[in-house]
Design a protein around this ligand. Structure first.
Ligand code: DGJ
Length: 376
């Protein structure tokens, strides 16, 4: 019997987005690229994301990072596994590790495709909080795993005062060691201690995105300090490591799922609260410089109370600038299904600018001609 996730014939052509529905690829199989991001390269869009398997086991990585290609954003061709997990149990990306939110960018100097992702070694929960980096000569891979680490070891954030640039005192370290820090908001969260604790070993890095600016400089945005604080960290010219310059953003405010866009010279960050796989209200923040200061504006979602409260039952992963169209961005989000991870759905909605601020409203079905009316 044909599975529910394989519902259409492979020759079906799509000409619209249907947020939250099964989205078949060229084989008629639901696209398997969760927590993903998109790279536009040589006229083609490439969608990279977490390949999930069925059941709760699918919340860990058993296959790797899947890649699909498309010319029109509606019809996606399965290009296979761009980065495979390893059968070597000693590998940092051993099958069964947690490998989340992969993002790929192209480096025009080195001509390499560079992938960053959130990595948790197998069977250690979310305690590792590592960044993984892989590299490829071709856009669809195969990507070679390079290394995993906690970023910015030995570097102080640019935006903390000189008096805070010191490792923890013994009594501060003892205090922090006793705290239970599960990764969500807490009234006793020590909002200015964890980056000092992690100075020598590197900063915790979980949910993440990459953002390449107009001048080619790339940035890694990651949930750090037990999810309490976002870090925005410049990458080296080859995009393979941190450049040694980063800032802390919204200490103690707990943002996950960062997605960044730039519009008319301003940077907009859409992110979420920290509630595990459960959907929560999105947030939008703005800055004139990527290193801040950042200002949180509120919730970008418009609609019913429930839609605003749960971001249309989804969590942000990427904001896609549609090529060849001014002012045209697609908000990409995941509707997670942790009990049957492979059946996670994709919520893609048009970004609508209202009074200079990106907003998002629900559409059952829409296509790119929407932007002719909205932003034309
Ligand atoms: C929310 C994050 O955004 C996801 O990427 C994943 O890490 C889950 N938490 C795990 O609970």
């Amino acid at each position: 019997m044909m599975s529910r996730l394989k519902v259409e014939m492979s020759n079906t052509k799509y000409n619209s987005f249907r947020p939250g529905e099964v989205w078949p690829d060229n084989h008629g199989v639901h696209i398997n690229a969760h927590g993903g991001g998109i790279l536009f390269h040589d006229g083609i869009y490439y969608w990279f994301g977490e390949h999930k398997i069925a059941g709760e086991a699918g919340n860990a990585a058993h296959v790797g990072v899947h890649v699909y290609s498309s010319c029109d954003l509606y019809n996606w061709k399965d290009e296979g596994i761009a980065l495979a997990v390893s059968d070597d149990l000693k590998s940092p990306i051993a099958r069964g590790c947690i490998l989340e939110r992969p993002k790929v960018i192209f480096n025009p100097r080195t001509k390499k495709f560079v992938m960053w992702f959130h990595l948790e070694p197998k069977d250690a929960g979310y305690t590792g909080s590592l960044s993984g980096v892989a590299v490829a000569d071709k856009v669809i891979g195969p990507f070679q795993f390079l290394r995993s680490f906690r970023p910015n070891a030995g570097v102080w954030p640019e935006n903390v005062p000189a008096e805070a640039r010191r490792p923890l005192l013994a009594e501060e370290a003892a205090f922090v060691a006793k705290l239970d820090l599960p990764g969500g908001p807490l009234p006793y969260f020590p909002k200015h201690l964890l980056f000092r604790r992690d100075f020598a070993g590197g900063q915790m890095a979980r949910d993440m995105t990459l953002f390449v600016d107009d001048d080619g400089s790339a940035h890694h945005v990651y949930a750090s300090e037990a999810n309490g604080t976002l870090h925005i960290s410049k990458l080296s010219d080859d995009y393979l490591k941190p450049a040694g310059k980063f800032v802390r953003v919204f200490p103690g405010r707990f943002h996950e799922a960062p997605a960044l866009m730039k519009w008319r010279g301003k940077y907009f960050l859409i992110s979420s609260d920290c509630t595990g796989w459960a959907a929560n209200p999105a947030r939008i923040s703005v800055a004139e410089n990527i290193f801040g200061p950042w200002e949180e504006l509120g919730n970008p979602c418009l609609g019913t109370g429930a839609q605003i409260t749960n971001t249309f039952n989804s969590q942000s992963t990427f904001i896609l600038p549609v090529q060849g169209r001014a002012d045209t961005f697609i908000f990409m989000a995941d509707r997670w299904n942790p009990k049957n991870a492979i059946d996670g759905r994709y919520v893609w909605l048009p970004v609508e600018f209202r009074h200079g601020v990106p907003t998002i409203s629900w559409r059952d079905e829409w296509d790119l001609s929407f932007f002719d009316k909205a932003n034309g």
